[in-house]
Design a protein around this ligand. Structure first.
Ligand code: CS2
Length: 494
C-alpha cells in the first residue's frame, strides 16, 4: 500500500478533509515540545484550521524521547490523519500543520538553534505532568532531579523541557531578539503560571539576570485543553489505512469533542485559534478546575477501579453499572459543590456530556494508560477536591475510594495476583513502600501518605481522610473492587 504523503494526498476521497492552504507557503512559528497523540489530535488541529488565514504558524513538532513519531511521519511529509468518531459515524481529516519533525536527544543544540529563530514566536508543551520536573503537591522545582542537575551544567545540551525553554530564551536575549511566548498545554492547574514559576526557578540556578529578564518579559498564558485522544494502536493503523486507501503509519483516533480555553495573554504572538473554535478568556482557572476535577478526576477513578474490576477500557468500565453510578455520584455530589460558578455555564449538562464521552465505544482508551503516572495526577484530580471538602467538613466517600483504588493499584498485583505493570516516575519508591507494608490497609495507607510530594503534609494528619481511605483500601483488599464499589455506592446514597 502506498504511503500517505504530499504526493499521494490528491488520491484521497473527497469526503476526507484535506489541508486547504499551500503547505509550501507555511512558515514555522511554533515549536511544540511533546509530539504525542494528544498534541496531534488537539492543538495541531486548531492550528491546521488557521493556516489558510495566517500561514505564519506552522509547527516544528519535537519528541523529547523516542524517534518513533518522527520516523513514522517523516516519510509522510508530516501529514497524518485524525479520525473523530462517536461510535456511530466518523469524520476523517488530514492535518498538514507540522512543518518539521525533530527528536530532541538526537540534536539538542540544533533544537536550541531553532528556538532562537526569530520567526518562532510560540513554544508550546504537552510533556505530561512528569515533564515539568516539579513536585506535584507544591509546584516547586525538583532541583535535585538528575536531569535538572545535568542541565544546570550543560545549558547548551538540555535534557529537560525546562532547560530547553530557558536556554532558548537565553539565546534570544543574547541575540537581542524578543522572547517567545510559552504556552503550557498539559493537565496541570494554572499550567502557565506553574511553568513560569518553574522556568524562573530553573533560570535562577544558572543566571539570576536571565531569571529576572524572563520574569519581566516572557508571557506564560495558562490554557485548558480537552480532547480524549487514546494512544494509537496497530488496529487503528490498519483501520485508518484501509479507510483512506493509503498507509498512515501514525494516525490519531479521537472523539468529535474538542475544547481549548486560552488565557488571553499571548502578547503580539497570538495565532487566531478562535477561527478553529478555541476560546480566549481573561481567566482560565475556573475552566481548568472544572475540567481537571470532573473529567480527569473521573477518568482516574474509572482507570484504577475499572482496572481492578478487569475492565480494559474506559468504555468497558462505564458498562459496569455500579462503577458508572459511583463516578456519576462522585461528580455530582462530591466534586461539583467545590467548583466556582462559571456564569451561565450548565455544569449538569457538562457532566452528562462527560459520561457520554466516556461511553464512546469507538475509543479504545485503556484504563492502564490513564492509570500511568498517578503520583503526578492525583493532587490536581482528586486531592484538591478532597481538601476543599474537608475544609467545609463535607463527606468524601467516593473520592476516598478513588484514592484507595490508586493505592491498591500501586500495591503491585491485581485481584488474580497477576503483576501490575506500574508506570510512574516514583515507581521504585512506590514499590518499595508497598512491599514493605504488604497488602494491609492500616500499614499501606500511612506508608504512601508519607510521600509529601504527592499528598503534601496536611492530608496525612487529617483522621477524616486517613480513616476513609483506610476503610476503602481494607475493603478493596478483602472483598475486591466489584463488591467495594457496589457497597460504597449504597453507603454514599444513604
Ligand atoms: C487522561 C487524559 O491519560 C489521562 O490521564 O485523563 O489524557 C484525558 O483523556 C484528557 O485530559 C482529556 O482531555
Amino acid at each position: 500500500m502506498d504511503r500517505l504523503s504530499p504526493t499521494t494526498l490528491h488520491r484521497l476521497p473527497a469526503s476526507i478533509i484535506k489541508p486547504d492552504y499551500d503547505r509550501a507557503a507555511v512558515a514555522t512559528g511554533i515549536v511544540h515540545l511533546g509530539l504525542g497523540a494528544f498534541h496531534r489530535g488537539h492543538q495541531a488541529v486548531y492550528t491546521d484550521g488557521l493556516l489558510k488565514h495566517d500561514p505564519r504558524w506552522g509547527i516544528l513538532g519535537v519528541s523529547l524521547r523516542s524517534p518513533e513519531t518522527r520516523d513514522a511521519l517523516e516519510p509522510q511529509g508530516g501529514l497524518y490523519s485524525v479520525t473523530a468518531s462517536n461510535g456511530e459515524g466518523h469524520q476523517l481529516r488530514i492535518i498538514g500543520a507540522l512543518t518539521g519533525l525533530a527528536v530532541a536527544p538526537e540534536d539538542p543544540a540544533g533544537l536550541l538553534a531553532r528556538l532562537a529563530d526569530p520567526a518562532v514566536r510560540i513554544v508550546s508543551t504537552t510533556v505530561t505532568e512528569k515533564g515539568y520536573s516539579h513536585d506535584p503537591a507544591t509546584g516547586a522545582l525538583r532541583a535535585d532531579d538528575p536531569d535538572i542537575q545535568h542541565d544546570i551544567s550543560n545549558l547548551g545540551l538540555p535534557r529537560t523541557t525546562l532547560c530547553f525553554i530557558v536556554s532558548g530564551l537565553r539565546l534570544r536575549r543574547l541575540h537581542g531578539l524578543p522572547p517567545y511566548t510559552v504556552l503550557a498545554c498539559d493537565n496541570l492547574p494554572a499550567n502557565g503560571h506553574t511553568l513560569r514559576g518553574l522556568a524562573i526557578a530553573f533560570a535562577e540556578l544558572v543566571d539570576r539576570d536571565l531569571a529576572r529578564w524572563i520574569a519581566d518579559n516572557v508571557r506564560f498564558p495558562s490554557t485548558m485543553v480537552d480532547r480524549i485522544v487514546p494512544a494509537t494502536t496497530d488496529a487503528d493503523r490498519a483501520d485508518v489505512s484501509a479507510a483512506i486507501g493509503l498507509l498512515d503509519a501514525w494516525p490519531v483516533v479521537t472523539e468529535p469533542f474538542s475544547q481549548w480555553v486560552i488565557e488571553d495573554d499571548l502578547g503580539g504572538a497570538r495565532p487566531a485559534w478562535d477561527i478553529s473554535g478555541a476560546q480566549f478568556v481573561r481567566d482560565v482557572a475556573p475552566f481548568e478546575l472544572m475540567k481537571l476535577r470532573l473529567l480527569n478526576g473521573a477518568h482516574s477513578t474509572l482507570a484504577y477501579l475499572g482496572y481492578l474490576m478487569g475492565c480494559e477500557t474506559v468504555a468497558a468500565a462505564m458498562s459496569e453499572p455500579d462503577l458508572a453510578g459511583l463516578v456519576e455520584d462522585m461528580m455530582r455530589e462530591e466534586v461539583t459543590p467545590t467548583l466556582p460558578a462559571l456564569g451561565g455555564f450548565d455544569v449538569a449538562a457538562y457532566r452528562a456530556a462527560l459520561l457520554q464521552r466516556f461511553r464512546n465505544p469507538a475509543l479504545k482508551h485503556r484504563t492502564a494508560q490513564i492509570a500511568m503516572d498517578g503520583s503526578q495526577k492525583l493532587p490536581q484530580r482528586l486531592l484538591g477536591t478532597i481538601s476543599d471538602r474537608l475544609a467545609r467538613d463535607l463527606p468524601i466517600t467516593c473520592l476516598a475510594l478513588a484514592v484507595a483504588g490508586w493505592m491498591r493499584y500501586v500495591s503491585g498485583t491485581d485481584e488474580q495476583r497477576r503483576p501490575i505493570d506500574l508506570r510512574d516516575p516514583l515507581s521504585t519508591q512506590l514499590r518499595a513502600l508497598a512491599d514493605d507494608a504488604g497488602p494491609v490497609a492500616q500499614r499501606l495507607v500511612p506508608a504512601l501518605l508519607s510521600l509529601t510530594s504527592v499528598f503534601g503534609s496536611d492530608l496525612r494528619r487529617d483522621p477524616r481522610f486517613t480513616s476513609a481511605v483506610e476503610t476503602a483500601l481494607d475493603s478493596l483488599f478483602k472483598q475486591g473492587a466489584r463488591a467495594t464499589v457496589a457497597q460504597t455506592r449504597q453507603a454514599a446514597l444513604s
